[in-house]
Design a protein around this ligand. Structure first.
Ligand code: BTN
Length: 237
């Protein structure tokens, strides 16, 4: 089935919209010029002024729920692939923040549509800072836009279209072969590998990051032991 396309001027959240539409449309892509209630990870708000890219994709899910967790890593890889298409090299801070020169350029929020035990649809929301020139003082040293790194305006439609191609490719690869098939490529973009990392959820662990496992866990090494981190927030030094 073809992808249903939605281009909206304003919406509360493209993720919320895509979750609502997925059961009726199946595969879909929803973009908005701005969001009034953009959602971030861990219940945070994603400030969404005009000028940046806000897009969500819905895909039919064929993976059993227990193998689905690393899908967010596949989405991160699709974003890196897309930025590379525009000659902008980027890194991934596990699990799925996209960084350029130590600052965050893109956030990803993957949500699921559930029917009892089944997960028929996956919604992947992607916010890329594109043409925003200035950030509020409190995030200025952590956020960056493509405008900041390239010094020019980018065409959001062109980026969105490229992103769709890369998403289709990575999601097909993920549904067919799982994260293990792209682990090495993910590792090539990994910002934390070799660094001292602190994971704070569910409890605090500290170690040197040695990479990512085939199931998408972040692997830390401390006191001669290997510690897998499955979920949550990590900070690197
Ligand atoms: C994060 O880093 O916390 C994730 C941010 C994800 C933001 C995008 S913007 C498009 C899509 N719609 C939303 O409401 N959120 C995601």
């Amino acid at each position: 089935r073809d992808t249903a396309l939605f281009c909206l001027e304003e919406v509360d959240s493209t993720n919320r919209f895509a979750k609502e539409k997925a059961p009726e449309c199946g595969k879909l892509m929803a973009c908005a010029l701005r969001q009034t209630a953009g959602r971030g990870r861990l219940g945070r708000h994603w400030v969404s002024p005009e000028g940046n890219l806000y897009v969500s994709f819905a895909y039919e899910n064929t993976m059993p729920p227990e193998r689905l967790a690393p899908v967010t890593l596949a989405v991160a890889l699709a974003v890196c692939d897309t930025l590379a298409d525009f000659d902008v090299p980027a890194s991934i801070k596990w699990p799925n923040d996209i960084y350029i020169k130590g600052k965050k350029v893109c956030g990803i929020l993957v949500e699921t549509v559930c029917r009892g035990e089944r997960i028929p649809y996956i919604v992947a929301g992607i916010g890329i800072n594109v043409n925003q020139r200035e950030f509020p003082a409190e995030v200025e040293n952590r956020a960056v836009s493509l405008w900041n790194v390239t010094g020019k305006e980018s065409d959001r439609a062109e980026i969105a279209w490229r992103l769709k191609k890369q998403m289709d490719r990575r999601m097909a690869q993920f549904m067919e072969k799982g994260f293990a098939a792209m682990r090495e490529e993910y590792m090539q973009h990994s910002l934390l590998t070799g660094r001292e990392v602190t994971a704070s959820v569910p409890h605090t662990v500290c170690g040197i990051c040695i990479g990512v496992s085939e199931t998408g866990d972040l692997l830390l090494e401390a006191g001669g032991k290997r510690i897998p981190v499955t979920f949550g927030e990590v900070t690197g030094r």
